[in-house]
Design a protein around this ligand. Structure first.
Ligand SMILES: Cc1cc2nc3c(=O)[nH]c(=O)nc-3n(C[C@H](O)[C@H](O)[C@H](O)COP(=O)(O)OP(=O)(O)OC[C@H]3O[C@@H](n4cnc5c(N)ncnc54)[C@H](O)[C@@H]3O)c2cc1C
Length: 386
């Protein structure tokens, strides 16, 4: 008989990650963000405990689990106030794509470092001009003898400063048709011609976003991941995990905000009773909690579909989960700020600091509008609008 709860192992994993993350906590995370320091100790501790590469096959240093496991890790970290964006990118996108499509040698070279935290991999698809329309990216890769030469620009790329490598989506020219097709390349961040500058962002996070300049970066032939003709399929293999991880990041943040707000509303008394006894305070928190639980359920469904290998069904569920989770997080954080009154805007209570991070979930990695476009077209059979 199927049930609607996760397995005992998954629930135990959640408890263990939560325990580990509690040792760091929101105040530590925010302090690191505001002082411009990194959260390397936490990253290395989750790696050492085997959680970072939990979705990667054991023969490459991973835990042999699935996307549902790494999503649970991501959610529990966020629920303790330590949302790690690079978990969305390094193990879930890059790890999945390389584990599925890399050659044996590529897997041996890159996966162990992704798992043990020593060789984090960033992911770069977004470009200033193409934006959401990633079919229009212009970063190109051309062959020159045995090498590839990459040229182009990327924007909003997370964690380039913490990464050893970046999985870059570029385009190569099809020899037969002359058409450009997407291909994936692993680019070391210390390559000659590879430069990046931080974009000042309003998110309170130790993980930064960067503009990346790729100026005739020369790469060996085997920097190309997988098959030159299968780039699109390979790229899609990373996108469902990316959406599921982003959803988990949001549901974790929402839980964090709701827990803080509920505790505050139980204590704070300004008229006769705690403010939580007023429905104007209680109902928005309850509504956000319901939305978040629904989003968590859809995220778990999407993970189960990815782990069962049903990529088509997973695509729809992962999009829906990402949408629902971002909405829940925005509503939860807004209600949490309101519950705290003036304290909601102070640094001491840390609620307003969550606003931009929660809001970013509606924009990245895919915007809410593009998900609505997808659902309108694929789930409802409406005409394509773009
Ligand atoms: C915190 C953060 C981290 C990020 N990390 C990474 C990363 O690591 N790697 C990476 O490659 N990218 C990253 N991104 C980029 C992110 O994926 C993009 O910002 C996102 O895909 C939106 O693209 P854009 O910013 O160019 O917006 P635009 O494409 O300019 O869109 C602007 C607005 O127009 C709407 N819009 C556009 N077209 C349509 C349409 N057809 N129908 C309806 N609405 C439409 C969009 O939904 C959006 O609201 C990150 C972004 C953020 C904010």
């Amino acid at each position: 008989m199927s049930t609607y709860t996760e397995t005992d192992e998954r629930l135990e994993l959640r408890r263990q990650v939560a325990r580990l993350a509690k040792g760091y906590g929101r105040d530590w995370f925010v302090e690191r963000a505001r002082s411009g320091e990194k959260t390397t100790e936490l990253w290395m501790e989750i790696a050492k405990a085997g959680y970072l590469g939990i979705n990667i096959p054991e023969e490459y240093g991973g835990g042999g689990g699935g996307i549902g496991d790494v999503a649970a890790v991501c959610e529990e970290l966020a629920a303790e106030g330590c949302p790690l964006l690079m978990m969305v990118v390094s193990p879930a996108i890059c790890g999945t794509v390389i584990a599925r499509y890399g050659t044996e040698e590529q897997k041996q070279r890159w996966l162990p470092g992704i798992c043990d935290g020593t060789a984090t991999m960033a992911f770069a698809i977004t470009e200033p001009d193409a934006g959401t329309n990633s079919h229009n990216i212009t970063t190109t890769a051309r062959r020159d003898g045995d090498e590839w030469v990459l040229k182009g620009q990327k924007i909003y790329i997370s964690g380039v400063d913490e990464a050893e490598n970046v999985l870059v989506v570029a385009r190569t020219e099809d020899a037969r048709t002359g058409k450009l097709k997407p291909c994936l390349f692993v680019v070391p961040t210390d390559s000659a011609g590879f430069e990046f500058t931080a974009i000042p962002m309003e998110i309170v996070s130790p993980e930064k976003q960067f503009q990346v300049f790729i100026d005739d970066v020369r790469l060996p032939a085997d920097a190309l991941v997988g098959d030159e003709d299968g780039g699109l399929v390979q790229l899609f293999a990373g996108l469902n995990p990316e959406r599921i991880m982003a959803a988990s990041f949001s549901t974790g943040l929402a839980r964090h905000a709701l827990e803080k707000a509920s505790a505050y509303a139980r204590e704070r008394t300004v008229f006769k009773a705690p403010i939580g006894s007023h429905q104007a305070i209680a109902h928005p928190l309850a509504m956000a909690h319901i939305e978040n639980e629904l989003a968590r359920l859809m995220t778990q469904k999407a993970s189960a579909l990815v782990d069962a290998g049903d990529d088509m069904a997973a695509g729809e569920a992962a999009n829906m989960a990402k949408y629902a989770a971002a909405e829940a997080a925005v509503h939860a954080v807004d209600a949490a700020v309101q519950t705290h009154g003036g304290n909601g805007i102070t640094q001491e209570y840390g609620m307003a600091g969550l606003l931009v991070a929660a809001r970013a979930g509606r924009i990245a990695p895919v915007s809410r509008e593009m998900i609505l476009n997808f659902v309108a077209m694929h789930s409802l059979g409406l005409p394509k609008s773009y």
